[in-house]
Write a protein that binds this ligand. Structure first.
Ligand SMILES: Nc1ncnc2c1ncn2[C@@H]1O[C@H](COP(=O)(O)OP(=O)(O)O)[C@@H](O)[C@H]1O
Ligand SMILES: [Mg+2]
Length: 373
């Protein structure tokens, strides 16, 4: 009771309550308001920091001078204005000048009902660690899947071959009407065996010898395969950093990984879409190895991006988990295998997606010095 009284008393002392403007100024998250023409009409101190300009310069300027024209952020603001309701975007990459460039934010756009056209925008930057979190979870999944796959394949395939043999015997002996049923059993068994074969790729039984590998040679090979097959109706662009040193990798596994990514991208864009495969050196990305020890640089980045419809928001956090598929006949194993192989190589893979742009980024360690041949 006492406590409640004290609080009540204090709230009467107006000198202790900061005014609203001061409160907004104290918030660590960037906040700003744009008017109906997307011009900045108000912003707090954190937003000044984010845009790296002072208020005097920014007020009245169109937002796209800060975040680039046609940005996803502008799209979100327009949706909020249209819907007359709060619209949220997660993991949005806000392009434009540095320091905004490449930062990833969660965004909330709230229309101001009293001043129609005005929209209040709140940004919350996501730390890199935050972004890696879901990847680290998929690391665990991939590892438990390795054991599961090995056990399943071993335990289930043997009885299956017995079932298949029995079904074939039945087929030869059955009356004409029942032959179809016997054949159905054999066909379904074949389907399960094919699935198990694919899962066996996850087991740690297959050793993966690694040697210094030129990623560009691998990517060229994948592009040739893709153009002849999975991505025949799709444009594939390349943007290589030719100075990249070799990685310590299993070439076949890396081919499979990139092919899975390109196949997904081609399936997402359909005919006429564009896939962009890029490589870059990014010395800033570091991660502690699973075995512990100091954080290790993962400077070698391979990215596969497409201009398809994007990964459905509910799926994005789970795409690396096995059997998660947005396709009617998908196995949901493609990206799980990507996560497993990249994890085995000591790297990470991250997914980012919004309508019109989906990007998978693989970051790998360099081959240790002295290992290059
Ligand atoms: N580039 C992409 N664009 C849109 N959605 C994607 C993309 N890549 C993956 N996905 C989504 O992630 C799901 C899982 O992919 P994957 O593990 O390869 O399984 P599958 O392709 O068998 O469905 C896909 O079904 C799809 O919904
Ligand atoms: Mg796939």
């Amino acid at each position: 009771m006492n406590h409640v009284h004290r609080l009540a008393d204090r709230s009467c002392d107006t000198s202790l309550v900061p005014d609203a403007e001061t409160l907004l100024e104290l918030l660590p998250d960037p906040l700003f308001v744009v008017d109906g023409q997307d011009r900045l009409v108000w912003l707090n101190g954190a937003a000044e920091q984010t845009f790296a300009y002072g208020r005097r310069h920014l007020l009245g300027l169109p937002l796209d001078t800060q975040v680039g024209p046609g940005s996803a952020l502008a799209g979100l603001i327009a949706s909020a204005r249209e819907a007359g309701a709060v619209v949220r975007g997660r993991h949005m990459r806000i392009s434009g000048r540095s320091p905004m460039r490449d930062a990833v934010h969660d965004v909330e756009a709230t229309p101001d009902v009293e001043r129609p056209g005005n929209v209040l925008v709140a940004l919350r930057e996501r730390a890199l660690g935050d972004r890696l979190e879901s990847q680290l979870q998929s690391r665990g999944t991939a590892r438990s899947l390795a054991g599961l796959a090995a056990t399943l394949a071993h335990e289930v395939k043997n009885p299956l071959s017995g079932i298949r043999g029995a079904a074939q015997l039945l087929e030869s002996a059955a009356a004409e009407d029942d032959k179809d049923l016997a054949r159905l059993i054999a066909d379904e068994v074949d389907r399960i065996v094919a699935l198990l074969d694919r899962m066996e790729a996850f087991s740690d039984r297959h050793p993966m010898p690694r040697r210094p590998t030129n990623v560009h040679e691998v990517i060229d090979h994948v592009i040739r395969l893709a153009r002849a097959g999975v991505a025949s109706g799709t444009t594939i662009q390349e943007a290589f950093d030719p100075s990249l040193p070799p990685v310590l990798a299993n070439r076949d596994a890396l081919v499979q990984v990139l092919l899975n990514l390109v196949k997904n991208a081609a399936e997402a864009t359909g005919q006429g879409g564009t896939i962009r495969i890029a490589t870059a050196f990014d010395g800033g990305l570091r991660l502690a190895p699973r075995s512990g020890g100091p954080r290790q640089a993962l400077p070698l980045v391979i990215s596969v991006a497409d201009d398809g419809p994007g990964i459905p928001p509910g799926l994005l956090d789970h795409v690396f988990e096995p059997f998660v598929s947005g396709k009617e006949t998908g196995s949901g194993l493609g990206l799980a295998l990507v996560a497993k192989v990249i994890d085995d190589h000591g790297g990470v893979v991250m997914a980012e997606s919004r309508p019109g742009h989906t990007e998978f980024r693989i970051a790998l360690p360099l081959a240790p010095a002295g290992d290059g041949r």
